[in-house]
Design a protein around this ligand. Structure first.
Ligand code: SF4
Ligand code: SF4
Length: 131
């Protein structure tokens, strides 16, 4: 009985010597995430129209619409706004991505959100408009 167990353990040990590792040497090797992983939010400023739908749909209050100027529509002067995202409080739910009908938003595979200052997680890319 004892010998059989030792033999079985020895066989298992030999098998593991040749087996591929199941862990990744992160951070020394880049960790791979699943295809549908919801990581850091990103915006394509060229596609954003400043409609503000994302702000209204965000359950975490992450998005603030910031005035960047005005534009003429007929006789009226309309405020031009673009979203600023406080990614520190973003829960990566994807609601804003689903609701943006201009396809300006996406959740990336980037999961490295540890920072020393919260300010570096405030995404202001959309304030630079591509006309
Ligand atoms: S990101 Fe999309 S939903 Fe949000 S303001 Fe821009 S166009 Fe509108
Ligand atoms: S992913 Fe969710 S929590 Fe993050 S900004 Fe979009 S709606 Fe808000």
């Amino acid at each position: 009985m004892g010998r059989r167990r030792v033999g079985k353990a020895f066989g298992e040990m030999l098998r593991m010597v040749w087996a591929r590792p199941v862990t990744v040497k992160y951070p020394f090797e880049p960790a791979k995430v699943a295809g549908r992983f919801r990581g850091k939010l990103d915006i394509d400023p060229a596609k954003c129209t400043g409609c503000g739908v994302c702000k209204n749909s965000c359950p975490a209050g992450v998005i603030e619409m910031v005035k960047i100027g005005t534009r003429k529509v007929g006789d009226r002067e309309i405020e031009n706004r673009r979203p600023v995202f406080d990614l520190y409080t973003c829960i990566s739910c994807g609601q804003c991505v689903d609701d943006c009908r201009f396809g300006a938003l996406k959740l990336t595979g980037d999961f490295e959100l540890a920072v020393f200052d919260k300010e570096s997680l405030v995404m202001k890319k959309a304030l630079k408009i591509v006309e």
